[in-house]
Design a protein around this ligand. Structure first.
Ligand SMILES: Cc1cc2nc3c(=O)[nH]c(=O)nc-3n(C[C@H](O)[C@H](O)[C@H](O)COP(=O)(O)O)c2cc1C
Length: 488
């Protein structure tokens, strides 16, 4: 049976601590009682509330809450949830260095395979534990700047409700413990269990189907005082603006002059107003690429860009890759597809070392992802762009059949199709067409790549341009024909 631990920490919100206990207990009972197909009737999980020393914890009002165990007594578990903290007088989460032992405990359990989840400002404790380093994460929007400032190596998304990145779950809002609990039930016990839990506890199964929900009804702009409040407010205004919004209007909305805006932004984030506006819009686009299936074209205006071209340009500059490549990269990362995608490179998605190796090849090298619809190319090396004449962002995200143009009636294509369907290695020669329409003969070798458990990860494609050889053979055939006719 799965074990979920609620981390009891002094100063956390009493409602979150108790709420989690109630919600999980109710969900557990509802799931155990349901004999729906796909759900076992036994207890799906059990819940333990623990604190550093096993003593009751206190919330900021002085109310005391008992726990069942100390952190040390929890030898193994499947998930730990850190509730939101009450903000200090400046509206900021408490200094996390005082929770060092709890942070080390979270780190230990994560390395043993547990999912670690933080709600609202509870995400800061995950940052203190180093669990957010190099990970995509979120927190309440008014804590966004503070989180980035305290933990410089994180990849924070502004405005995302909930993100899971390699067994680290982060959620926005002090009451996000509801989303987090349901998300964990889905991760640990499956979609059906989560649906039963959502129906029973919040009366809204849509929660687990990812349906869009209205924004939170409360507004906490006044919580954050000081220098960051300026950045936070500027971000908020940009996110609510449309594509015609510019630096001049931003200055006006912030009741300041353009000069002061320029100076304060340079001071706070080192950017000009234009780069700042672009970066915030790219952040929004990243979040939309990660959390929706909407086509890249549509995202440009939703993220606040005037047109697709300016969106693509800004996205490349800020995120270091094309939007479609980013979507593939983010997906591979959230599925933890090995270390291959743990690093991000300027324009591609393969770590630098491999890219250098592949780029040094004379042949084209491509990877296609079988988990994505229609087997799109997610990586292509430089020689492939040279051979075909297409730019990377015209290749990534598309099925490679576009190289056949209208010349689809080829025996090799059918063999290829069959071998890919059977997950077998194959080598065929195809007539392909460069971007300028010229024909080349492509000797294509496809190899399925499996992990140690036999799961198909990618198809590796190696493309040899054998046009010269084919033309030489044709010429030889032609000459032979002429010789034969001379003999006759
Ligand atoms: C990794 C990989 C690379 C591929 N490279 C090419 C290519 O360079 N040229 C080509 O014509 N087809 C290429 N293909 C094959 C097509 O994507 C497609 O599988 C083939 O046309 C058969 O499917 P279809 O009949 O649905 O088009 C590649 C496939 C994979 C998996």
């Amino acid at each position: 049976m799965r074990k979920i631990v609620i981390a009891g920490l002094n100063e956390c919100l009493g409602s979150a601590f108790l709420g989690l206990t109630d919600l999980l207990a109710l969900a557990r009972r509802a799931i155990a009682r349901t004999r729906a197909p796909g759900l076992s009737a036994e207890d799906p999980f059990y819940v333990v509330a623990a604190s550093a020393n096993g003593e009751p914890i206190r919330d900021p009002t002085g109310a005391s809450f008992p726990v069942a165990a100390s952190f040390e007594a929890i030898a193994t578990c499947d998930a730990i949830i850190v509730p939101s903290f009450s903000p200090d007088e400046d509206g900021k989460p408490p200094d996390m260095s005082r929770f060092g032992a709890a942070a080390a405990w979270l780190r230990r359990h994560h390395s043993r395979g547990a999912v670690i989840a933080g709600c609202g400002s509870g995400v800061f404790l995950l940052g203190e534990a180093g669990l957010l380093d190099g990970r995509r994460c979120t927190t309440s929007w008014w804590h966004h700047e503070e989180l980035k400032q305290r933990y410089a190596r994180i990849d924070a998304a502004w405005g995302a409700r909930l993100i899971e990145d390699r067994r680290v779950v982060t959620a926005a809002g002090p009451l996000s413990w509801i989303d987090v609990a349901l998300h964990l039930i889905r991760t640990l016990c499956g979609v059906d269990a989560a649906r039963v839990a959502a129906d029973f506890t919040v009366g809204e199964a849509a929660l687990v189907k990812g349906a869009p929900r209205s924004p939170t009804a409360y507004n906490a702009t006044t919580l954050n005082e000081g220098a960051d409040a300026f950045l936070t407010e500027a971000e908020r205004i940009i996110r609510q603006s449309d594509s015609s919004f510019n630096a001049q209007e931003l200055a006006r909305a912030l009741s300041t002059s353009e000069r002061t805006l320029h100076r304060r932004l340079k001071q706070a984030s080192g950017e000009s107003p234009k780069s700042f506006i672009d970066r915030i819009r790219v952040e929004t686009a990243r979040m939309l690429l990660e959390t929706s299936a909407r086509p890249v074209k549509e995202l440009a205006s939703s993220a606040g860009f005037a047109d697709e071209a300016s969106f693509r340009r800004a996205f490349r500059r800020v995120a270091g890759m094309a939007p479609s490549a980013y979507r593939v990269w983010a997906r591979a990362r959230s599925q933890n597809k090995g270390q291959l995608f743990a690093l991000r490179k300027e324009t591609e998605i393969i770590p630098k070392m491999l890219t250098t190796m592949f780029d040094a090849c004379v042949n084209g090298v491509t990877l296609a992802d079988p988990d994505l619809e229609d087997l799109p190319i997610i990586y292509a090396n430089r020689p492939f762009t040279r051979i075909t004449g297409y730019e990377l962002d015209e290749i990534i995200g598309r099925n490679c059949r576009f190289l056949q143009a209208d010349d689809r009636d080829q025996e090799g294509r059918l063999r290829l199709r069959e071998a890919i369907g059977n997950r077998e290695q194959v080598e065929v020669t195809l007539r392909n067409y460069r971007k300028d329409g010229t024909l080349f003969h492509n000797r294509l070798n496809i190899t399925p790549l499996f992990d140690l458990n036999g799961r198909l990860l990618y198809f590796l494609g190696v493309q040899y341009d054998i046009s010269a050889q084919v033309e030489a053979e044709l010429e030889i055939g032609d000459l032979k024909g002429k010789l034969m006719s001379l003999k006759d």
